[in-house]
Design a protein around this ligand. Sequence first.
Ligand SMILES: Nc1ncnc2c1ncn2[C@@H]1O[C@H](COP(=O)(O)OP(=O)(O)OP(=O)(O)O)[C@@H](O)[C@H]1O
Length: 589
Amino acid sequence: MSGQAGEPGAVRSFGVDLRGIVDLLSRHLYSGPRVYVRELLQNAVDAITARGGGRGTAIRIEARGDGELRIHDTGIGLTEPQVHELLATIGNSSKRDPLGFARHDFLGQFGIGLLSCFLVADEIEVVTRSAVEDAPAVVWRGHADGHYTVRQGRREEAGTTVALRARRDFEHWLEPSTVMELARHYGALLPYDVRVNGEPVTEGTPPWERAWPTERERREALLQYGTRVVGTTPFDVIDLAVPEAGLRGVAYVLPYQTSPGEPAAHRVYLKRMLMGDRVERILPEWAFFVRCVLNSDELRPTASREQLYDDELLDGTRKALGGQLRGWLLRLAAAEPERLRAFLEVHSLGVKAMAARDVEMLRVVDEWVAFQTSEGAVALAEFRARHRAIRYTARVEEFQQFASIAAAQGIALVNGGYAYDPEILERLRLIDPDLDVRRLDPAELATRLDPVGPAVAFAARDFLRVAERTLAGHGCEPTLREFSPATLPVLYLEGTRPVADAREAGGVWAEFADDAEEQARPSLVFNHRNPLVARLTSTVNAEVVALAVEALYGYALLAGRRPMRPDDVAGVNRAFLGLVEHAVRRDAP
Ligand SMILES: Nc1ncnc2c1ncn2[C@@H]1O[C@H](COP(=O)(O)OP(=O)(O)OP(=O)(O)O)[C@@H](O)[C@H]1O
């Protein structure tokens, strides 16, 4: 029986369906046909590098608008055996060492780049002559259906010319203006002279590596470059350098607000070939207030060359770059507080995101970012100096509801309802270990509201009975207290305290401490200091009291911006119409 273990079978090679591979590349690996220009440029650059670069090196692209494109390089060229081995073998590359590692100086490594030309052409012709061996020129013609031919040809100089003829409906990819735009996009910083139809594509040394007569001129030039990148004048420019990654570049501080959810969009060049404009993961997540432009000679791309390979080097680079951005901010805080303030007006969110993880940034936020408090907009450092016990609300609505009451009861309250606020407030202990900072518990607030005197409580018995009956339908119960501000008639308090805490706290919750069910219920606290409520507690007409209680319940929910359930809405409607009817009836002759 054939195929059994130990029995040697005939050795065969895999067949490759080239159309299948091209389809795979175009649909799943590359973002679109445009990358064919990048791959051609890259091969030309690598061929010149392999030959040793130097004087007289040139890459010339001809696109005359006749559906053809030619790219000539003065690179190392290929002999006929190399053509078979390298051009006609998918996945084979001269840019890897015998162990399969990418050779350091080259852009390519995967041995698939040339296939991207099949995204726009059905046939690729390569005329090449080796600079190493004195061999005749070779003409290789590869077809998208997987067959190729090789013959001898003529070529005076060593180097390579790749020619493409556009596939039907793909002619626009070979139009002179498109080719120029793509060549500039990918190749502007390449270290060799690249021209399209005679026009230069390359700009030479990256602006951050150029020598400038003065630091001021350098900064001006970088800001100008940044204006092109960002689309508007950046707030500032920060130099970046990570020697382990052969990385240099700049970070532009954006003059407009960005949100943490927005994907980062950094322009990354690898060995001076553009990798992409929307490269992610090069900076820590919190650094969403900058856009970087940088070049690295050591970081590695994924096979699509559109994102960075996630390895230790990338991890270290990200940390180092994060440190440099942080350093910039700390220097600004120390030396230019006015500019820091201007920066924070736009980017407090980004800085808060950093402060949620980093103690130094926490100090910056503590000192410079104003928080909404029960005493107005104040920096946390100042608020801490005034109060040793600080409470915060985790929702903006809660703050709006409790701020004036808290202030009147002597509770120092901070609005912690925006992104990163609770983390920052909790972390304040790291820089101020004795600070008592906690989320405001409504039960704690309740304990600060004074009980009414025995005479008032006695007189309000009937009122409370009616209120209890009315509110039972809403799963809520009434309490009568006296508190400031007197303008506030009622306060809706959620019953969120665990039983044990409530017993310790005493006060209003202690009465219910033995009954967990009861204790978890919300309460509507009536403020006897409010004239309307005071009058209501001595109103005899039970129908009016019930209507008023239900109306005040609805008012408290609205004031606290709480969600209203259908039966809450029905109750408010009932109360409103009932009160109107009552008023009209009273007015009737
Ligand atoms: N212009 C050129 N001059 C000399 N050799 C070339 C040229 N273009 C391609 N080659 C040879 O063909 C091989 C395959 O090229 P291809 O573009 O498919 O892959 P690669 O550049 O090695 O890797 P990658 O897929 O990462 O681009 C190269 O390794 C190189 O040896």
